[in-house]
Every structure is written in structure tokens, then in C-alpha cells.
Design a protein around this ligand. Structure first.
Ligand SMILES: Cc1ncc(COP(=O)(O)O)c(C=O)c1O
Length: 323
């Protein structure tokens, strides 16, 4: 079960093993929204995304339980985090990835010595179902990239604790949401310590698993596959993450593919940073003309930077630079 104690344990266990990532003000967004806007730079985390945190905490827990080999399914960042965590802990990992996995993520996992297996499926949910059945036939445990208490504690709760120390005045938190591990753990911690904080969940309009779950009143575990640069946001929601986030969010913002690409260019233009599509969703939401005026200092999460050079070249060459 996700508890404040489990989050504290994640903080202690990962202390000194992952980076305390910096926060940086965005003067342009602050001016645009009329409140101080800060970016939490998890794109600077070891392995290039916040997923290193949950991956390492999970494998430490597996090692403590005597598990020497585990399987997972990943769009790339969780897998990359696990491949790195495998080197730290000695727990072997087999990572099942969708057929269209980003080349940068795939190469990094292989380079770190992980056993990476490409699915015949393009979509995350179909790949995950295949991964679970493969893990069962291999007789090894399956570690979810999001629907897991350890993952939520480290990928969300630990980051919330860190941000709260760095920016105690911040009250609005704009989060990327895929399977909900990051936002679920974050909201759990933040709503406990700051009940007046606002959690704003950002999703891809064509794969909005959390919004669909809220509308249905139950977790929607599978969605039709889509082609998107935000591969980490594609697919259905989780059972545990739905249970945690459903009563701890304040708004859901949807953005489309073009807005994501524009947000990636905006980050390059205004912060000279490359962020991947899943990460750009928060910036895209903030730049959207319908974004409600915030009333308190706001933090937007930049969750990762792992994107193939070819993709960056293509996105940057589109010519509608924003201001
Ligand atoms: C860069 C990035 N941001 C956000 C997410 C979404 O995280 P979660 O599935 O915990 O909601 C992912 C998931 O893979 C990701 O890779």
C-alpha cells in the first residue's frame, strides 16, 4: 500500500543514488501566466528521466525479497531506468518494448546490458499483455512501470518531497500523466502535506486514460494504440494509480500532437533544452489559451529528455516558432 512511510523509505533508500534535480524559473511563462512559474528538471535525472527513481527503488525491493530476475514492459524510460538500476543492484531485467520504441531509449537499454525484447505490437497495452504472459512462462515476476506502490512512492512521492523543500511556496503542480505512477505518488504526498495545493493532470487528447477512467468511474486499463511523440503517455490507466489519483486531482488538461511538437520547439527556443514529447505535454498545456489563470506559484514538470536525434531534427525544422 502507498503510505507516507513508504515514500519516506523511498527517499532514504535513494538518497545519494539519484540526483536531486534543480528547479529553474521560466521568466516567459511567469510573465505569460502572471505567477512565478518554475520548471522541475527531471529531464536532468540520471538516465534522462524521473523513471530512474522508481526503477531503482523497485529493484532494491526485489533484491531484498531475493528476486534475481524480473520482467517489465516499457515505452522506454522505465526500461532505461531499470537497465541502469540492474547495474546498481545486480537484479537481472528482461524488458519488453513496443515495436516503435524510440531508438535512443532502445540503444541505451541494450548498451547497459539489459535483455530487451521488441514486441510485434505497436501499442503499449498490447505489448504489456504480451510481456505479462512472457514473464509468467519464464517464471519471473512482472514489475509494472506505473501501477505499483514502490514506483508511485519513488517516481511521485519522493519528487513531491523534493519539490516541497525546494519551493515551499508552490501550490499548483502541472504534471504529465500516462499510467499515473508519477502523478499518483506526487498527489498522494502533496495533498497530505499541503491540502490546498492543486494537481493539474496533463494528457494526450487521443490517449487520455485518466480522463476516460474518471468519466467511466473505473480505471480504463486499455486504449487503442496511437502514433505519438509522447510514447510515455500512450495507453490505459492503472488500478492502483486510479484509486490514488481519482480523489487527489483538480483539473485535467488535454493537448494534441501539434501542440506537443510546438512545446518541444518552445523549450528549445526559450530554455535551450531538448525535452521529449511526453515531457513537453506540461508546457503545451501551459501555453494553451484555455489554461486557467493560476493564482499561486506553479511548478511544471519536465519529465524526460530521451528522444532520438532524427526526431529532434524533424520537430525543430518545422517552422512555426512560438513566442
Ligand atoms: C518522460 C515521461 N513523462 C511522463 C511519463 C508518464 O508517467 P506515468 O506513466 O507514471 O504517468 C512517462 C512514462 O513513461 C515518461 O516516460
Amino acid at each position: 500500500m502507498l503510505t507516507l512511510n513508504l515514500i519516506k523509505e523511498a527517499c532514504t533508500s535513494l538518497n545519494g543514488k539519484v540526483r536531486v534535480t534543480p528547479v529553474e524559473e521560466s521568466p516567459v511563462l511567469s510573465e505569460h501566466l502572471g505567477v512565478p512559474v518554475w520548471l522541475k528538471l527531471e529531464n536532468l535525472q540520471v538516465t534522462g528521466s524521473f523513471k530512474a527513481r522508481g526503477a531503482l527503488f523497485s529493484l532494491i525491493k526485489c533484491r531484498d525479497r531475493g528476486q534475481q530476475h524480473v520482467a517489465t514492459c516499457s515505452a522506454g524510460n522505465h526500461g532505461r531506468g531499470l537497465a541502469w538500476a540492474s547495474q546498481q543492484t545486480g537484479v537481472r531485467v528482461t524488458i519488453f518494448v513496443p515495436s516503435g520504441v524510440d531508438a535512443t531509449k532502445f540503444d541505451a537499454m541494450q548498451r547497459m546490458g539489459a535483455d530487451v525484447r521488441k514486441s510485434a505490437f505497436f501499442g503499449y497495452d498490447e505489448t504489456e499483455a504480451w510481456a505479462q504472459s512472457e514473464a509468467e512462462s519464464m517464471g519471473i515476476p512482472f514489475v509494472s512501470a506505473y501501477d505499483d506502490d514502490f514506483v508511485m512512492a519513488a517516481n511521485g512521492g519522493m519528487i513531491a518531497d523534493e519539490v516541497h523543500r525546494q519551493l515551499p511556496e508552490a501550490r499548483e503542480f502541472v504534471m504529465p500523466v500516462g499510467g499515473g505512477g508519477h502523478a499518483g505518488g506526487f498527489a498522494f504526498y502533496m495533498k497530505s502535506v499541503l491540502p490546498d495545493s492543486r494537481i493539474i493532470a496533463c494528457q494526450h487528447a487521443d490517449s487520455a486514460g485518466f480522463l476516460r477512467s474518471v468519466e467511466a468511474g473505473e480505471p480504463i486499463l486499455e486504449l487503442p494504440p496511437i502514433r505519438t511523440l509522447a510514447s510515455g503517455l500512450e495507453g490505459g490507466f492503472g488500478i492502483k494509480t486510479y484509486d490514488v489519483l481519482k480523489d487527489r486531482y483538480d483539473d485535467i488538461r488535454l493537448v494534441n500532437e501539434e501542440e506537443l511538437r510546438r512545446a518541444m520547439r518552445w523549450m528549445m527556443e526559450h530554455h535551450q533544452m531538448i525535452v521529449e514529447g511526453s515531457s513537453a505535454v506540461t508546457i503545451a498545456a501551459l501555453l494553451h489559451p484555455d489554461f486557467p489563470k493560476p493564482t499561486a506559484p506553479l511548478v511544471a514538470f519536465l519529465s524526460g529528455r530521451n528522444v532520438a536525434f532524427e526526431t529532434v531534427r524533424e520537430v525543430m525544422n518545422e517552422d512555426d516558432l512560438t513566442s
